[in-house]
Design a protein around this ligand. Structure first.
Ligand code: ZN
Length: 87
């Protein structure tokens, strides 16, 4: 599980990094029951995540690539947990 206590968690993948940045910025959050990441549809939080990607991309990744991945993750997430959907 990702934690917020370590400054530099191990980056296993660019996508994992992007999800971490989005969580730290408050742009996404996980369903407490199922752990699915959900888009909070908060434009200010999204902008914070993009700013982090621009200013502090992972080692070996350009700011443009980091920003693109953050946007890519946002596009791939829904705003509801697929397991919480009403029947
Ligand atoms: Zn759920």
């Amino acid at each position: 599980m990702l934690t917020t206590t370590e400054r530099r968690p191990a980056i296993r993948s660019l996508r994992g990094w992007a999800i971490h940045v989005l969580q730290e910025a408050g742009a996404i959050h996980e369903c407490e029951e199922h752990g699915w990441a959900r888009d909070r549809a908060d434009p200010h939080a999204r902008q914070r995540a993009v700013d982090v990607a621009r200013q502090d991309p992972p080692d070996g990744i350009s700011p443009d690539e980091a920003i693109a991945e953050v946007r890519n993750v946002l596009d791939s997430l829904g705003d509801t947990c697929p397991e919480c959907l009403p029947e």
